[in-house]
Design a protein around this ligand. Structure first.
Ligand code: SF4
Length: 129
C-alpha cells in the first residue's frame, strides 16, 4: 500500500523519514526504488521528497541504469553527528522551515521550539559541593 502525501505536515514527516533512511545507508547510498518500498511510498511522492532534499543540499541524486531501467541513487551530503541527534529536531517537521534563517523574521535565534527541544535533551548534572 502506498502512502499519499495529503498535506504539508505529512510531507515534512516523510521528508524527515526519507533523509533518516538515506543517512542510515551511508556513503554507499541507496536506490530510490528500494527506499520507496521500505517506506511504502509511491515513486511520484518519493521522487518529490528526494528532489526537495536535494534542493536543500542534504542529499545527492545520481542517475544510474539498474537492470535496464533508469533510477537514482540517493547519497547523503550532510551527516548528522548522530542519527539520534536529528530524530526529534523540530526543524524537520516545522511548517516555517522554508522561511526560517538567521537573519529572517522567523529565526532559529529566537525559536521557542528549538529552545524547548535543546532543553528537553539536557542532562541534569548535580552541582559539585
Ligand atoms: S528554528 Fe524554529 S522556526 Fe526555524 S525551522 Fe527550526 S523549528 Fe522552525
Amino acid at each position: 500500500m502506498s502512502t499519499k502525501i495529503k498535506d504539508d505536515k505529512v510531507l515534512l514527516d516523510l521528508t524527515s523519514r526519507v533523509y533518516k533512511v538515506v543517512v542510515e545507508h551511508g556513503k554507499k547510498g541507496v536506490l530510490q526504488s528500494e527506499l520507496w518500498k521500505e517506506l511504502s511510498l509511491t515513486s511520484r511522492d518519493g521522487s518529490r521528497i528526494a528532489i526537495r532534499l536535494e534542493k536543500r543540499g542534504m542529499i545527492k541524486r545520481d542517475r544510474m541504469l539498474q537492470e535496464g531501467r533508469w533510477t537514482y541513487k540517493l547519497t547523503p551530503l550532510r551527516f548528522p553527528v548522530q542519527i539520534k541527534s536529528i530524530e526529534e529536531a523540530p526543524c524537520m517537521t516545522c511548517p516555517d522551515e522554508e522561511r526560517c534563517s538567521p537573519a529572517g523574521v522567523v529565526t532559529p535565534l529566537e525559536c521557542i521550539l528549538v529552545e524547548s527541544w535543546v532543553q528537553s535533551d539536557r542532562i541534569d548534572i548535580p552541582a559539585k559541593r
